[in-house]
Design a protein around this ligand. Structure first.
Ligand SMILES: [Zn+2]
Length: 140
């Protein structure tokens, strides 16, 4: 008889199983404390793979919770809703360790600023190369 799994491997499996049981138990108790709109279950299969040893809090917990944060630009107090988090982590492919930092208005502004910067960088590269015509870029 041969043992195919190392002790370390088995220990880690036991730990994972234990963590999953705990997460399920928490989710089962949850509706008592929170209205359904405030939390959304996590589907770990849809998350971006992470190379870290740690686990983000929502994976351990098993569900997303509305998360308060302060906008880094205007300082407004905001809520990153559970549903928006699910969208970001599971559908948009956001890293498990990224979080919301800007309110909707500032995010929009930042996006425009980045676009302008990219465009400017594109123009700089083009001017350096001379090979491409300005018209091509400006048509976009
Ligand atoms: Zn803001």
């Amino acid at each position: 008889m041969k043992c195919f799994k190392s002790g370390k491997q088995r220990r880690s499996e036991i730990k994972t199983a234990r963590r999953q049981r705990r997460a399920v138990a928490v989710v089962a108790e949850l509706p008592v404390y929170l209205p359904a709109s405030r939390w959304v279950p996590v589907d770990p299969a849809r998350l971006q793979p992470n190379n870290s040893y740690g686990q983000s809090d929502f994976v351990t917990r098993g569900f997303y919770l509305d998360r308060p944060f302060r906008c880094v630009d205007c300082g407004a107090d905001c809520i990153w809703s559970a549903e928006r988090q699910r969208w970001w982590y599971e559908l948009a492919g956001g890293s498990q360790y990224s979080t919301a930092r800007r309110c909707a208005a500032c995010r929009d502004q930042e996006r425009q600023r980045q676009r302008a910067a990219r465009l400017a960088a594109g123009h700089a590269a083009k001017n350096a190369l001379i090979l491409r015509s300005t018209a091509k870029f400006d048509q976009k």
